[in-house]
Design a protein around this ligand. Sequence first.
Ligand SMILES: [Zn+2]
Ligand SMILES: [Zn+2]
Length: 176
Amino acid sequence: MPFKDKEKARKYNTQYKKGWVERNRKRWNKYIRDWYEKNRDSEIDRKKKYYWSNREKEIVRVMEGNKRRYRRLRLQAIEHYGNKCECCNENQPEFLQFDHRHGHGTGALDRRIQKGKGSGIRLYRRIIGGERGTLRLLCANCHFAITQYGECPHHPRGDDPRPVHREEPSPNRDHS
Ligand SMILES: [Zn+2]
Ligand SMILES: [Zn+2]
């Protein structure tokens, strides 16, 4: 297709290539694999050189990627636990935390948490994978009040919302 506008032609070509790759995913993957096999040594060399001459930029890039991945998993894990504080219904994800210390559960997830293996990305992955311990979701305020004073002012006189032990993953599993 002739384009007068070079910019348009470029766009058309990238669109076309993307479409082709999607339609021929297997062929494309094999092509990339074979190409990499043939060029392995020079590629490793090239990447090393690139890394060392762009080191600071690369470190930032990797860290940003980790942060994005961490936040995405955190949001998904929060969603599995109903998206809101079990004490006050706060539903702003930035304010929500997993309360570990409340339960004395015996499930596999709880045992891992007690061994200190259950935090951050690993914990989120296990939650997203459908594991349930006696964790519960609290907002930072309620979490703080409960760990410091044993109860939250929202529920005085020991009317403490008990941890919900969910056997089934929450039905709300729409991850976007
Ligand atoms: Zn709360
Ligand atoms: Zn509260």
